[in-house]
Unconditional design. Structure first.
Length: 302
Protein backbone atom coordinates (compact mmCIF):
# COMPACT_ATOMS: atom_id res chain seq x y z
CA UNK A 1 0.00 0.00 0.00
CA UNK A 2 1.35 3.46 -0.95
CA UNK A 3 2.57 5.61 1.89
CA UNK A 4 0.74 8.66 0.52
CA UNK A 5 -2.69 8.88 -1.07
CA UNK A 6 -1.74 12.08 -2.91
CA UNK A 7 1.57 13.55 -4.05
CA UNK A 8 2.10 16.92 -5.71
CA UNK A 9 5.45 17.79 -7.26
CA UNK A 10 5.99 21.07 -9.15
CA UNK A 11 8.84 23.56 -9.59
CA UNK A 12 7.59 25.57 -6.60
CA UNK A 13 5.87 23.02 -4.38
CA UNK A 14 5.91 19.53 -2.90
CA UNK A 15 2.91 18.05 -1.08
CA UNK A 16 2.48 14.59 0.39
CA UNK A 17 -0.90 13.62 1.84
CA UNK A 18 -1.27 10.62 4.14
CA UNK A 19 -4.51 8.66 4.35
CA UNK A 20 -7.48 10.58 5.83
CA UNK A 21 -6.11 14.09 5.20
CA UNK A 22 -8.97 16.34 4.10
CA UNK A 23 -9.56 19.83 2.62
CA UNK A 24 -12.84 21.70 2.12
CA UNK A 25 -12.53 24.57 -0.36
CA UNK A 26 -14.19 27.99 -0.21
CA UNK A 27 -14.05 28.33 -4.02
CA UNK A 28 -12.51 26.59 -7.03
CA UNK A 29 -9.81 24.23 -5.65
CA UNK A 30 -6.10 24.97 -5.84
CA UNK A 31 -5.36 21.26 -6.39
CA UNK A 32 -6.32 18.76 -9.11
CA UNK A 33 -9.52 17.34 -7.62
CA UNK A 34 -9.85 14.50 -10.13
CA UNK A 35 -6.36 13.27 -9.34
CA UNK A 36 -6.49 13.74 -5.59
CA UNK A 37 -9.93 12.10 -5.27
CA UNK A 38 -9.19 9.17 -7.58
CA UNK A 39 -9.03 6.68 -4.71
CA UNK A 40 -10.73 8.51 -1.85
CA UNK A 41 -12.78 11.67 -1.51
CA UNK A 42 -10.12 13.85 0.13
CA UNK A 43 -11.13 17.23 -1.27
CA UNK A 44 -14.54 18.89 -1.24
CA UNK A 45 -15.32 21.76 -3.56
CA UNK A 46 -18.43 23.98 -3.82
CA UNK A 47 -21.34 22.69 -5.91
CA UNK A 48 -20.99 25.72 -8.19
CA UNK A 49 -17.36 26.77 -8.78
CA UNK A 50 -18.30 29.29 -11.47
CA UNK A 51 -18.96 31.95 -8.82
CA UNK A 52 -16.06 33.05 -6.62
CA UNK A 53 -17.19 35.05 -3.60
CA UNK A 54 -13.66 35.76 -2.40
CA UNK A 55 -11.69 36.95 -5.43
CA UNK A 56 -12.97 40.53 -5.39
CA UNK A 57 -11.72 40.77 -1.81
CA UNK A 58 -8.20 39.80 -2.88
CA UNK A 59 -8.45 36.16 -1.75
CA UNK A 60 -7.38 33.75 -4.50
CA UNK A 61 -7.98 30.42 -2.74
CA UNK A 62 -8.99 29.25 0.73
CA UNK A 63 -9.81 26.01 2.52
CA UNK A 64 -10.37 24.35 5.86
CA UNK A 65 -8.05 21.37 6.26
CA UNK A 66 -7.41 18.44 8.56
CA UNK A 67 -4.03 16.88 7.93
CA UNK A 68 -2.76 13.70 9.52
CA UNK A 69 0.60 12.49 10.76
CA UNK A 70 2.96 12.22 7.81
CA UNK A 71 1.62 15.27 5.93
CA UNK A 72 4.39 17.35 4.36
CA UNK A 73 4.51 20.49 2.26
CA UNK A 74 7.44 22.44 0.82
CA UNK A 75 6.78 25.69 -1.03
CA UNK A 76 9.08 28.30 -2.52
CA UNK A 77 8.78 31.07 -5.09
CA UNK A 78 4.97 31.22 -5.19
CA UNK A 79 3.48 34.45 -6.57
CA UNK A 80 0.92 34.84 -3.79
CA UNK A 81 0.87 35.40 -0.04
CA UNK A 82 -0.05 32.53 2.31
CA UNK A 83 -1.83 32.94 5.65
CA UNK A 84 -2.38 29.84 7.84
CA UNK A 85 -4.50 29.69 11.00
CA UNK A 86 -3.99 26.69 13.29
CA UNK A 87 -7.34 25.68 14.82
CA UNK A 88 -6.14 22.59 16.67
CA UNK A 89 -3.38 20.03 16.83
CA UNK A 90 0.05 21.13 15.70
CA UNK A 91 2.52 21.28 12.84
CA UNK A 92 6.23 21.91 12.50
CA UNK A 93 7.13 24.99 10.46
CA UNK A 94 10.61 25.38 8.99
CA UNK A 95 11.40 28.84 7.61
CA UNK A 96 14.61 30.87 7.32
CA UNK A 97 16.55 27.93 8.69
CA UNK A 98 14.54 27.85 11.93
CA UNK A 99 11.96 25.38 13.22
CA UNK A 100 8.84 26.36 15.11
CA UNK A 101 5.82 24.49 16.39
CA UNK A 102 2.48 25.88 15.23
CA UNK A 103 -0.31 25.30 17.74
CA UNK A 104 -3.87 26.49 18.30
CA UNK A 105 -4.29 30.21 17.73
CA UNK A 106 -1.07 30.66 15.75
CA UNK A 107 -1.12 32.60 12.49
CA UNK A 108 1.69 32.06 9.99
CA UNK A 109 2.18 34.55 7.16
CA UNK A 110 4.44 33.79 4.19
CA UNK A 111 4.76 36.67 1.72
CA UNK A 112 5.04 35.89 -1.99
CA UNK A 113 8.38 34.32 -2.87
CA UNK A 114 9.19 33.11 0.65
CA UNK A 115 10.22 29.45 1.04
CA UNK A 116 8.99 27.30 3.92
CA UNK A 117 7.99 23.75 4.82
CA UNK A 118 5.26 22.30 7.03
CA UNK A 119 4.92 18.82 8.49
CA UNK A 120 2.70 16.87 10.87
CA UNK A 121 4.98 14.74 13.00
CA UNK A 122 2.91 13.86 16.05
CA UNK A 123 -0.75 13.78 15.09
CA UNK A 124 -3.52 15.82 13.51
CA UNK A 125 -3.30 19.41 12.34
CA UNK A 126 -6.55 21.34 11.88
CA UNK A 127 -6.32 24.67 10.08
CA UNK A 128 -7.74 27.06 7.58
CA UNK A 129 -5.55 28.79 5.03
CA UNK A 130 -5.75 31.62 2.52
CA UNK A 131 -3.81 32.45 -0.63
CA UNK A 132 -3.88 36.23 -1.03
CA UNK A 133 -3.19 38.08 -4.26
CA UNK A 134 0.25 39.66 -4.57
CA UNK A 135 -1.00 43.24 -4.85
CA UNK A 136 -0.73 46.64 -3.10
CA UNK A 137 -3.88 45.98 -1.06
CA UNK A 138 -2.13 43.19 0.94
CA UNK A 139 1.49 44.41 0.86
CA UNK A 140 1.18 46.53 4.04
CA UNK A 141 -0.08 43.46 5.91
CA UNK A 142 2.32 40.82 4.62
CA UNK A 143 5.58 42.67 4.08
CA UNK A 144 8.52 40.73 2.66
CA UNK A 145 9.51 38.41 5.52
CA UNK A 146 7.57 35.50 6.99
CA UNK A 147 6.27 35.87 10.54
CA UNK A 148 4.09 34.15 13.16
CA UNK A 149 1.78 35.66 15.74
CA UNK A 150 -1.18 34.76 17.92
CA UNK A 151 -4.56 35.50 16.37
CA UNK A 152 -6.61 38.16 18.10
CA UNK A 153 -9.83 37.23 16.26
CA UNK A 154 -9.72 33.45 15.86
CA UNK A 155 -13.01 32.68 17.63
CA UNK A 156 -15.02 35.22 15.61
CA UNK A 157 -13.13 34.43 12.41
CA UNK A 158 -13.84 30.69 12.80
CA UNK A 159 -17.54 31.42 13.27
CA UNK A 160 -17.69 33.44 10.03
CA UNK A 161 -15.84 30.66 8.18
CA UNK A 162 -18.39 28.15 9.48
CA UNK A 163 -21.34 30.33 8.41
CA UNK A 164 -19.75 30.81 4.98
CA UNK A 165 -19.19 27.10 4.37
CA UNK A 166 -22.65 26.13 5.64
CA UNK A 167 -24.24 28.50 3.16
CA UNK A 168 -21.79 27.75 0.33
CA UNK A 169 -22.48 24.00 0.42
CA UNK A 170 -26.23 24.25 1.03
CA UNK A 171 -28.70 23.62 -1.84
CA UNK A 172 -30.21 27.11 -1.49
CA UNK A 173 -27.08 29.28 -1.52
CA UNK A 174 -27.59 32.98 -0.72
CA UNK A 175 -25.16 34.93 -2.93
CA UNK A 176 -25.59 38.18 -1.01
CA UNK A 177 -24.69 36.55 2.29
CA UNK A 178 -21.69 34.75 0.82
CA UNK A 179 -20.31 37.98 -0.61
CA UNK A 180 -20.83 39.63 2.78
CA UNK A 181 -19.02 36.78 4.56
CA UNK A 182 -16.16 37.07 2.04
CA UNK A 183 -15.77 40.75 2.89
CA UNK A 184 -15.85 40.02 6.62
CA UNK A 185 -13.14 37.37 6.25
CA UNK A 186 -10.94 39.85 4.39
CA UNK A 187 -11.52 42.40 7.18
CA UNK A 188 -10.60 39.85 9.85
CA UNK A 189 -7.40 39.07 7.96
CA UNK A 190 -6.50 42.76 7.86
CA UNK A 191 -7.42 43.24 11.50
CA UNK A 192 -5.40 40.23 12.65
CA UNK A 193 -2.34 41.25 10.67
CA UNK A 194 -2.58 44.99 11.36
CA UNK A 195 -0.39 44.84 14.48
CA UNK A 196 2.39 43.31 12.47
CA UNK A 197 1.47 45.62 9.60
CA UNK A 198 2.49 48.74 11.54
CA UNK A 199 6.09 47.60 11.82
CA UNK A 200 6.05 46.28 8.25
CA UNK A 201 4.77 49.60 6.89
CA UNK A 202 7.36 51.55 8.88
CA UNK A 203 10.11 49.26 7.59
CA UNK A 204 8.89 49.74 4.00
CA UNK A 205 8.78 53.50 4.56
CA UNK A 206 12.36 53.56 5.83
CA UNK A 207 13.54 51.55 2.84
CA UNK A 208 11.80 54.03 0.54
CA UNK A 209 13.42 56.98 2.30
CA UNK A 210 16.87 55.42 1.86
CA UNK A 211 16.05 55.17 -1.84
CA UNK A 212 14.84 58.78 -1.94
CA UNK A 213 17.92 60.20 -0.19
CA UNK A 214 20.28 58.13 -2.35
CA UNK A 215 19.08 59.93 -5.50
CA UNK A 216 17.63 63.40 -4.89
CA UNK A 217 17.77 64.18 -8.61
CA UNK A 218 14.52 62.22 -9.02
CA UNK A 219 11.29 64.23 -8.93
CA UNK A 220 9.98 62.39 -5.87
CA UNK A 221 6.41 62.97 -4.73
CA UNK A 222 3.87 61.57 -2.28
CA UNK A 223 2.05 59.45 -4.82
CA UNK A 224 5.27 57.65 -5.79
CA UNK A 225 5.99 56.67 -2.18
CA UNK A 226 2.37 55.75 -1.48
CA UNK A 227 2.33 53.40 -4.49
CA UNK A 228 5.70 51.90 -3.52
CA UNK A 229 4.64 51.16 0.07
CA UNK A 230 1.02 50.30 -0.69
CA UNK A 231 -0.57 52.94 1.55
CA UNK A 232 -2.31 56.29 1.02
CA UNK A 233 -0.57 59.64 0.57
CA UNK A 234 -2.10 60.75 3.86
CA UNK A 235 -0.50 57.77 5.63
CA UNK A 236 2.90 58.55 4.10
CA UNK A 237 2.69 62.10 5.44
CA UNK A 238 1.56 60.82 8.85
CA UNK A 239 4.62 58.56 9.12
CA UNK A 240 6.86 61.47 8.04
CA UNK A 241 5.37 63.66 10.76
CA UNK A 242 5.96 60.95 13.37
CA UNK A 243 9.55 60.28 12.29
CA UNK A 244 10.80 63.70 11.15
CA UNK A 245 8.21 66.17 12.54
CA UNK A 246 7.79 67.39 8.96
CA UNK A 247 5.58 66.59 5.99
CA UNK A 248 7.19 64.58 3.20
CA UNK A 249 7.58 67.62 0.94
CA UNK A 250 9.27 69.68 3.68
CA UNK A 251 11.59 66.83 4.65
CA UNK A 252 12.48 66.24 0.99
CA UNK A 253 13.23 69.97 0.62
CA UNK A 254 15.46 69.82 3.72
CA UNK A 255 17.40 66.85 2.32
CA UNK A 256 17.94 68.66 -0.98
CA UNK A 257 19.15 71.82 0.70
CA UNK A 258 21.57 69.99 3.00
CA UNK A 259 22.98 67.96 0.10
CA UNK A 260 23.28 71.10 -2.03
CA UNK A 261 25.20 72.93 0.71
CA UNK A 262 27.52 69.96 1.26
CA UNK A 263 28.29 69.69 -2.45
CA UNK A 264 28.83 73.43 -2.83
CA UNK A 265 31.23 73.61 0.12
CA UNK A 266 33.46 70.94 -1.43
CA UNK A 267 34.24 73.41 -4.21
CA UNK A 268 34.07 70.60 -6.73
CA UNK A 269 30.60 71.23 -8.17
CA UNK A 270 29.10 74.07 -10.16
CA UNK A 271 25.67 75.41 -9.21
CA UNK A 272 24.34 73.96 -12.45
CA UNK A 273 25.60 70.48 -11.54
CA UNK A 274 24.31 70.77 -7.97
CA UNK A 275 20.87 71.78 -9.24
CA UNK A 276 20.77 68.56 -11.29
CA UNK A 277 21.82 66.39 -8.35
CA UNK A 278 19.23 67.96 -6.04
CA UNK A 279 16.28 67.80 -8.43
CA UNK A 280 16.08 71.45 -9.53
CA UNK A 281 15.58 72.50 -13.13
CA UNK A 282 18.49 74.97 -13.21
CA UNK A 283 21.03 76.88 -11.11
CA UNK A 284 18.69 79.85 -10.66
CA UNK A 285 15.88 77.69 -9.18
CA UNK A 286 18.33 75.99 -6.83
CA UNK A 287 19.93 79.28 -5.72
CA UNK A 288 16.53 80.82 -5.04
CA UNK A 289 15.44 77.83 -2.92
CA UNK A 290 18.83 77.81 -1.16
CA UNK A 291 18.57 81.50 -0.20
CA UNK A 292 15.01 81.02 1.11
CA UNK A 293 16.16 78.07 3.24
CA UNK A 294 19.54 79.28 4.57
CA UNK A 295 19.04 83.06 4.39
CA UNK A 296 21.90 83.66 1.98
CA UNK A 297 22.90 82.69 -1.53
CA UNK A 298 25.35 79.83 -2.13
CA UNK A 299 28.06 82.26 -3.30
CA UNK A 300 27.87 84.26 -0.05
CA UNK A 301 28.06 81.03 1.95
CA UNK A 302 31.36 80.23 0.27
Amino acid sequence: MAKYVYEKKTDTELQFWPNLSREVYFSKPFVDVAQINRNKNLVSCPPDCSIDYLCRHGILYAAVALHKKGYYQLRGGADFHVVLYTLGGSAILTCDGKKRKLSKGDVFVAPAGVSYSLSCANGDWNLFWFHLENSPRWKPFTGEKAFCKKSAVLKKFSAVVEFFLDDLYSPDTAAGLLDLYGGIMAEYLRKDLSGAADSIIFSEFEKCMVKVKSDLSVKWNLSMLAAEIGITEYEVNSICMRKYSKSFSKYLHQCRMILGRELWLTGEYSLSRISQKTGYSDAYSFSKAFKAYFGCSPRKLA
